[in-house]
Design a protein. Structure first.
Length: 84
């Protein structure tokens, strides 16, 4: 299925006596939600772009990558489903 709205949550952990907090935002990847993705990108310190190893790079993947470049969001790409 697809995410039809941005979902937000957080995680916290302690490492070597230091508290760490991370806010997570899951945005829709569908073209109909481009504006919602744009809004989310404005508040990010970094991003993980998750791509499907089976379906390959989709046109909206390229669009979101361009949006991240426009807002200068540092990112890494994670490719899932590589075991298929």
């Amino acid at each position: 299925g697809i995410t039809i709205a941005s979902a937000a949550t957080y995680c916290s952990w302690k490492s070597m006596g230091v508290d760490h907090h991370m806010n997570l935002i899951d945005t829709p990847g569908h073209v109909d939600f481009t504006i919602e993705v744009e809004r989310s990108l404005r508040v990010l310190d970094g991003a993980v772009m998750i791509c499907c190893g089976v379906g390959g790079v989709q046109s909206q993947t390229v669009t979101v990558d361009r949006q991240m470049k426009r807002y200068e969001v540092p990112r890494i790409v994670f490719i899932n489903k590589m075991d298929r």
